[in-house]
Design a protein around this ligand. Structure first.
Ligand SMILES: *Cc1c(COP(=O)(O)O)cnc(C)c1O
Length: 417
């Protein structure tokens, strides 16, 4: 569910008209609904009611400070994959003891920063990383809390680019390597083994892959037990999908129930790392039609937003619904909705039946709250767009639109030129 709907044929975000925001902020911009974000977070949180757990929101899906602050106030933690995300999380007020650090390529300076910040744990993805964390912690006279990330070899049935829990993927340690790694970790003087983690993939629309992964992990935990390794945290990653088009992903309560049933009695604190399911449908990208032109058997609708603002359609062929901000009785047309960038891959929709529009009209690219702004770039020297949050009848610019000066910040021309 979300709080974007129509009143008198005009799209509203909660109690604010989307065209009014466009008038004041200009286009394009990302628009987030505070009530939707809050509702999604609490719904997810409640799915694990009754068991000790921590919801570590996945920063890479949406790392705006205002969004992170909201989750911090609701008791949330953060799943980070870089020093930059740690910086954002701390700035947003996420307590460091609610931050978990995943990722196959943690740099030494990033490890030091996380150790110095006293994060909850590192999700370690290789032997070499384990050794580097141990050395860094020794140098800082600390003990690094760690979990090992297991690759459960599960096919989540999603796009190959967003599946992460297959043997062929770069993520985590294989089940066999994991036993060796736990033994090795137990012998290291400056790491403290406190958990186990996995993450099967993203935009998963069934419970089966999660349930299968848990079955594998339970076996591993039993094996570890026989070696005297006992754990406090069980981190099940993120990956629950949302409806972009006609997908029917399980409701978070169904997902929670399936997980808890499969786990049975667990003496662990569960960690969940949801991203998309919390923010995906809580945000839209608002763009203005610049031109329309007739093509071969279809129209082209050229808008002022592009693949640098929202990469998912070009990157994964992802579907995003496109809705008019003002509904008119104009009929529909088959069109490609494209941006101004000089690439054929710069499109939001292809051969899509959409309401007939004209230059100046506003369109909403729906379900753009996850992996939208965070994946945006300055390609074609396009300043990154503004981000706006609505709460009830007011809106707040939570990231200003970049200026031309921002585009060249940090660049310099050497004196020999
Ligand atoms: C990307 C990622 C997540 C979040 O995935 P969603 O599909 O957005 O829920 C969680 N954990 C890890 C380790 C990730 O890489």
């Amino acid at each position: 569910m979300h709080y974007f709907d129509y009143r008198n044929n005009r799209m509203y975000c909660e109690d604010v008209s989307v065209s009014d925001i466009a008038q004041q902020v200009g286009t394009p911009f990302y628009l987030y609904s505070h009530a939707t974000l809050r509702h999604h977070f609490l719904t997810f949180q409640n799915a694990f009611e009754g068991v000790s757990h921590l919801v570590c929101f996945s920063a890479k899906s949406n790392s705006n400070l205002a969004v992170l602050r909201l989750f911090a106030t609701l008791g949330g933690g953060l799943d980070i994959v870089s020093g930059g995300e740690l910086f954002r999380g701390l700035k947003a007020g996420i307590p460091p003891d609610r931050i978990v650090y995943s990722g196959v390529g943690k740099r030494e300076d990033e490890i030091a920063y996380a150790l110095e910040s006293n994060i909850l744990m590192f999700n370690v993805e290789s032997f070499q990383e384990l050794e580097l964390i141990n050395r860094s912690a020794a140098r800082m006279k600390k003990k690094a809390p760690i979990a090992l990330r297991i690759n459960p070899d599960i096919d989540p049935g999603t796009h190959p680019y967003i599946s992460t829990g297959l043997r062929a993927n770069k993520f985590g340690l294989t089940m066999e390597a994991a036993v060796e790694a736990y033994k090795a970790a137990n012998d290291l003087s400056h790491v403290e083994v406190i958990g186990i983690s996995c993450h099967v993939g993203s935009q998963v629309t069934e419970v089966a892959p999660f349930v299968d992964a848990i079955a594998h992990i339970k076996d591993l935990i039993a094996t570890l037990d026989t070696f005297g390794v006992s754990l406090t945290y069980l981190d099940l990653g993120g990956g629950l999908g949302i409806t972009y088009d006609e997908e029917f992903p399980p409701h978070p309560s169904e997902y929670g129930r399936a997980i808890l049933e499969t786990l049975g009695h667990v003496p662990f604190t569960l960690i969940l790392e949801p991203g998309r399911v919390i923010v995906g449908n809580a945000g839209i990208l608002v763009t203005r039609v610049l031109y329309t032109k007739a093509g071969d058997g279809k129209d082209f609708v050229i808008v002022d937003s592009a693949m640098n603002d929202l990469a998912r359609p070009s990157l994964y062929g992802a579907y995003h619904a496109i809705e008019p901000v003002v509904r008119r009785e104009n009929g529909t047309t088959k069109a490609d909705v494209v941006g101004p960038i000089c690439e054929s891959g710069d499109f939001f929709a292809k051969d899509r039946q959409i309401p007939r529009v004209q230059a100046g009209d506003l369109l909403a690219v729906m379900s753009a709250g996850a992996y939208g702004f965070t994946m945006s770039s300055n390609y074609n020297s396009r300043p990154r767009v503004a981000e706006v949050m609505v709460k009830e009848d007011r809106f707040y610019v939570v990231r200003a639109r970049e200026s031309y000066e921002d585009l060249i910040a940090g660049e310099s021309i050497p004196p020999f030129l």
